[in-house]
Design a protein around this ligand. Structure first.
Ligand code: PLP
Length: 484
């Protein structure tokens, strides 16, 4: 563990920054000299001395041989994998890299429709055939669940040609699927397991959290170090631990997808975040888990707000990262969006996201006890002060196991498309991605046959004037389809 107390990249950059070297390299602000005074007076000058570019002393992200190499090796050691790659465009670029590294064009991948949009981008760019699984919905808790081992087993039976399985675990709500079983199922059949663990860089560091993806046996996984640990925004990692995927290709793909001007402050923060998680993660998450559980219990005593517990989720066959607090608001008669707005404007509290039914309060390694108290106290007041009319909204999805007729990439890059009235779209092949919110899951993607059920679902949304992400026009009256 002594090696883990080292921070080679941070130390190199700090050394460089302290020397106040005259800069004849990018970026143009020259050690902060020309940064706007209002920004500089707020942040101070020192941070800008970290904002350097590639030169031998600070190493290159694309061909690391010095401190970046050492920092990545320490990251790999901390997570128990063979290789880790620093990412400076979040897990979004990590999802692209996982798909492009593990599959060739025309390979197929099994994945649940609730995957992050970057996974869909990866499918379009790589020319993969997606095999979509219908996400499960829990209508009591108003949440969506990623694939269970049973779903994966059945899908692999039906589509034995699939090269890989892509899982999102934990989800935004912190719900983790049984990755140990899924890894077993995949590896028994020689399939690659890719895990989007954007929300789980901390799982490895506390025994009372769900098992982490690499410990469960994932081949590749991505983590947003910035989401829960203390890396700066965009700082993420791709972990590689596979005999089924080629390491050299993964290296090349990661390099192809990343900027040649990475932010070194972000890179340095990854080095420090790893040291902190290894040395103090257990202690820090001990407290956070305790406070989050206390907060959840207190919120559950309010009249109109409720939070599911780890036990509730275990009853569904899943596990819960208890550091995430999902607050159901339906009994208030207001939407999650409305409560989010009240919290922000009246109580100076900002949650991570909201939908009609829930808000998600994400704690992180920097959360303090008083933060959870502030959230609780605000909800306690709102519980008394604000009530709307009860609505009968139901979280629902049409059947999404539709027929993929053409490859998403072929449609995305084709101009053989036209718009047809929504009412006449049944049977056509979609050339659009359409994602209603909630639940934020695409009901159509390029290459998919438009079913009567999906068409009726979209017509209903259009009649209610609900905007659908990707609709491209002011009103959802037409849809772009493929011309034969
Ligand atoms: C499940 C999931 N995967 C990937 C991402 C993308 O992560 P990043 O913001 O680090 O690019 C997100 C972002 O919220 C996410 O929720």
């Amino acid at each position: 563990m002594r090696a883990q107390s080292k921070t080679p990249l941070f130390d190199t950059l700090l050394n460089h920054a302290k020397r106040k070297v005259t800069s004849f390299h990018t970026p143009g602000h020259k050690n902060g000299n020309s940064i706007d005074k209002r920004l500089k007076s707020f942040t101070g000058r020192n941070a800008y001395y970290f904002d350097v570019t590639v030169f031998p002393e600070v190493d290159s992200l694309h061909d690391p041989v010095g401190p970046i190499k050492k920092a990545q090796e320490l990251m790999a050691q901390a997570y128990g994998v063979s290789n880790s790659f620093f990412l400076v465009n979040g897990s979004s670029v990590g999802n692209l890299a996982m798909l492009l590294s593990s599959c060739n064009a025309t390979d197929s991948v099994i994945l649940s429709r609730n995957c992050h949009k970057s996974a869909l981008s990866g499918i379009i760019l790589s020319g993969i055939w997606p095999i979509w699984l219908q996400p499960k919905i829990d209508k009591n808790l108003d949440i969506i669940l990623d694939s269970s081992p049973d779903q994966i087993e059945a899908a692999l039976k039906e589509f034995p040609e699939a090269k890989a399985v892509f899982i999102t675990s934990p989800t935004y709500n912190g719900i983790a699927t049984d990755l140990v079983k899924i890894a077993e199922i995949c590896h028994k059949q020689g399939k690659i397991l890719l895990v989007d663990e954007a929300h789980g860089p901390h799982l490895k560091f506390h025994k009372d959290l769900p098992i982490s993806a690499v410990e469960a046996g994932a081949d590749l996984c991505v983590q947003s170090t910035h989401k829960i640990l203390s890396a700066l925004s965009q700082g993420s990692v791709l972990h590689f631990n596979s005999e089924l995927v080629e390491l050299a290709r993964t290296k090349k793909i990661v390099s192809m997808l990343q900027t040649t001007s990475p932010n070194y402050l972000t890179l340095a923060s990854m080095d420090l975040a790893r040291k902190q998680a290894v040395e103090s993660g257990e202690k820090m998450f001990n407290k956070i888990i305790h406070w989050a559980n206390q907060g959840r219990d207190k919120i559950n005593q309010l009249n109109n707000f409720s939070c599911f517990s780890r036990n509730d989720i275990k009853l569904l066959g899943y596990d819960l990262d208890v550091t995430k607090i999902t607050i159901n608001v339906t009994k208030t008669g207001l939407t999650g969006y409305e409560i989010e707005d009240i919290l922000a404007k009246e109580y100076n509290v900002q949650v991570d996201c909201a939908d009609i039914f829930n808000m998600i309060a994400i704690t992180g390694i920097g959360t303090e006890k008083k933060d959870i108290s502030q959230l609780y106290k605000a909800l306690e007041e709102i519980d008394v002060k604000y009530h709307g009319e009860q609505k009968n909204w139901v979280l629902d999805l049409p059947s999404l196991s539709t027929e993929m007729v053409m490859m998403p990439r072929d449609i995305f890059f084709s101009s053989n498309t036209k718009r047809v009235p929504l009412k006449k779209a049944v049977g056509h092949i979609s050339a659009q991605t359409l994602t209603p919110y909630p639940p934020g899951i695409p009901v159509l993607i390029p290459g998919e046959r438009i079913t009567k059920e999906i068409c009726e679902y979209l017509i209903d949304l259009s009649e209610k004037d609900i905007r659908v992400s990707g609709q491209e026009t002011d009103f959802l009256k037409t849809i772009k389809v493929v011309t034969m």
